[in-house]
Design a protein around this ligand. Structure first.
Ligand SMILES: [Zn+2]
Length: 227
């Protein structure tokens, strides 16, 4: 019974690899998704391998955010793997897909942080309509220009940038009724060091990456919780 199932998921995995080789990214994505879903979580090396190829398929169809997420999980499962190498090349210092320039990376990180802050305050945690999205994005862009003009962003390191971005408050108007910030926020504490996790610390999951690039990475908003 067990052997039969293993063969079946191997079949999906091989089918995905073949589809990638013949430039059929959509088929590859479907096959590799089921290969990942069917892989036992205890087989870390195999799961990392499948996530690596899934990330390749995701990149081919332009889902870079999800590709980085798949790679992030893969490198965590197998810290000395191809996934790790690709992750370091493909993700920026915030754990987001690298863009063409550092300023753009900075802006996207700032934007993601501010949007999340905004959405934490509105009742259902999502935008009501396009107007609200436009208003919020415009305000964030203005705040960014002001911050960029007043602070020497380019001369500080990634951890300092993150601190500045998180502290920067955008004065959003009450477009809708707001609620108190979510009470269930998770604070990551390192009890061995006796303090909360800092972004430059090695991640507690043991991947060897800085926390900000691993479990503390900034998730783009369009990224769902499943790969
Ligand atoms: Zn981690």
């Amino acid at each position: 019974m067990r052997a039969a199932r293993t063969d079946e998921t191997n079949f999906e995995y091989r089918k995905g690899r073949r589809a990638l080789a013949s430039h059929d990214a959509a088929t590859a994505l479907r096959a590799l998704r089921s290969a990942v879903a069917a892989c036992p979580a205890t087989d870390r090396a195999e799961l990392a391998r499948r996530l690596y190829w899934l990330s390749i398929a995701l990149r081919r169809i332009g889902k870079d955010g999800l590709a980085v997420k798949a790679l992030s999980n893969a490198q965590r499962l197998a810290p000395r793997s191809r996934a790790r190498t690709l992750y370091e090349r493909f993700a920026n210092g915030y754990g987001m897909p690298k863009s063409s320039c550092v300023e753009h990376d900075d802006y996207r990180a700032f934007c993601s942080i501010q949007i999340r802050k905004y959405l934490e305050r509105v009742p259902d945690g999502r935008f009501a309509d396009q107007d609200e999205i436009d208003t919020v994005l415009t305000m964030i862009a203005d705040a960014w220009l002001k911050l960029y003009a007043s602070t020497a962003i380019s001369s500080v390191d990634c951890d300092e940038k993150l601190r500045i971005f998180r502290e920067a408050g955008v004065a959003f108007p009450a477009l809708r009724e707001t609620r108190a910030a979510r009470p269930g926020r998770v604070i990551v504490a390192d009890f061995y060091r006796g303090r909360t996790q800092r972004t430059a610390d090695r991640c507690l999951c043991g991947s060897g990456l800085p926390y900000r690039m691993c479990c503390g990475r900034i998730r783009p908003l369009y990224e769902s919780d499943t790969v």
